[in-house]
Design a protein around this ligand. Sequence first.
Ligand code: PEP
Ligand code: MN
Length: 355
Amino acid sequence: MVVVMTPEATDEDVARVVEKVESAGGEAFVSRGVVRTIIGLVGDVDSFHHLNLRSMAGVADVHRISDPYKLVSRQHHAGRSTVWVAGPGHSVPVGPETFTFIAGPCAVESTAQTLEAAEMARAAGATMLRGGAFKPRTSPYAFQGLGIEGLEILSAVREATGLPIVTEVVDARDVAVVAEHADMLQVGTRNMANFGLLQAVGKAGKPVLLKRGMTATVEEWLMAAEYVAQRGNLDIVLCERGIRTFEQATRNTLDISAVPVVQATSHLPVIVDPSHAAGRRDLVVPLSRAAIAVGADGVIVDVHPDPEAALCDGPQALFGADLRALAQAVRRLPPVVGRVDAATRIKAIAPSLTV
Ligand code: PEP
Ligand code: MN
């Protein structure tokens, strides 16, 4: 941490800062420039926070040098992590060497629709199934999801297809029941800063898919991940899903640069959701190609057997021809950037033996 003094700061002001830091068990190194003095602090940064140095006379600014997020930062964990999502028959990696393709309907509407969407996803090469049972809708009049019944449908489709399931949890009170059915818990854009929910999913014992809040900075997003990590769960996959900008041509603006930015500062895997970013099916394939090229660890996309009849997000669900183009992109492009399809790295899970 560095304390920058104002040009008018007196020797006494400097001495008082040094004294305060030393009284908290830290060391302070004073460096006097022609115009300003700066003081470098060494010690426990968190304890310095409580000193309120910024409010002291003669202090212009206080800067952190280390990341405010510890557990998810690369500062103490140089390599990039792989998160394994364990399904009914196998475990799927999401990480730096592979490319993971996740697909499924925006919302679970019926067993037939979910099963058909899962078959479309699997035929296109997806190794995990998405689908919302609890839907966080902007309008309270819109379809809110089937809730527990939707979870039961997901469980049945999981068994039938063998695909691990990722599904959203919107309320801390539902974490236990969602964790009973899901292999990965999704926290959506609208709940990224719901700290109680983040703590609850951090304790649930399942990997977490943490979407970026549509108005969140990268630092706020990583701080949200830190809430999950702090509860003992480092199996977190981040998902860039577009941010709100002045642009109206797309629902949100996919911040493609966030992918390498996050990968440089955090060890967690990062995937991209082009469907919810764009809100338009014609952009899903080009944005998926961009995600692969920029180094994303996977994509998650909406597919529906009958997009025109979808109860949620039909305009972004892929028709068959688009899905074929996407399948081709996720098969051909990852090797160009040095990745293999996660499908080739799946680990079989030995059936547990009951003694
Ligand atoms: C979703 O994935 O179904 C969803 C609602 O996404 P987001 O939170 O990114 O809007
Ligand atoms: Mn949706």
